[in-house]
Design a protein around this ligand. Structure first.
Ligand code: 5GP
Length: 192
């Protein structure tokens, strides 16, 4: 029997259709919330949506197209030193191209787990003096939090014991391009 790269998937946890519906809802909610701030920036600048690479890429691409607002977008890349399934130290690999002083900024994340990545990002970005700084994450694991972080918009809550892949989320850099969020068969996860 031939093996295919999706053989490692145990089951789908959130389908592509469920993701698409939720992204539309989030787009509407975020658009409504920020519409009231349109024109508030004295220099006429629009909302800056900041995607956190690499995991937020598919979510970010769909979310920005669900926003009925003028926006700009940029990306940051962070790495956390750790093994495949547990987090470690946070390091910024790519910073924003523009200054954010006085601007409305929305961070887009793939998943908030312990909260350490987001805490590090929020600390650095809030020191640059944005007018507002909010967070939108596709997935949230609130029961795994080690530090308190504000999550303004969350797509789905994921059970704390699940390590999920797909729609941007990887295991050893693979599975990011799955159109759904799923879990791997135990035999496909190496220890350490
Ligand atoms: P933090 O623990 O700092 O909130 O999250 C750190 C990073 O761990 C996330 O950005 C994500 O890359 C990774 N992570 C946390 N939970 C999962 C998960 O269930 N699946 C995958 N693929 N990555 C996760």
């Amino acid at each position: 029997m031939t093996t295919v790269w999706t053989d490692g998937i145990e089951r789908v946890v959130i389908s592509a259709g469920e993701i698409a519906d939720r992204v539309c809802q989030l787009g509407r909610q975020i658009s409504d919330d920020y519409r009231s701030r349109e024109g508030k920036d004295p220099r006429g600048r629009s909302l800056l949506v900041v995607g956190i690479l690499k995991g937020a890429m598919p979510f970010m691409a769909d979310l920005v197209r669900a926003l009925d607002l003028p926006i700009e977008y940029d990306f940051m890349a962070v790495s956390s030193y750790g093994n495949g399934t547990s987090p470690g130290e946070v390091r910024i690999l790519k910073d924003l191209d523009c200054a954010i002083g006085g601007r409305d900024v929305l961070i887009v994340e793939d998943i908030v787990d312990t909260g350490r990545t987001l805490q590090h990002l929020l600390g650095g970005l809030s020191a640059r003096g944005p007018a507002t700084l909010r967070v939108c994450t596709l997935l949230d694991k609130p029961h795994r939090r080690e530090v308190e972080v504000p999550v303004d918009y969350a797509g789905f809550v994921v059970p704390e014991n699940l390590f999920v892949v797909g729609y941007g989320l990887d295991y050893a850099e693979v599975y990011r391009n799955l159109p759904f969020v799923g879990i791997l068969k135990p035999g496909y996860i190496r220890d350490g």
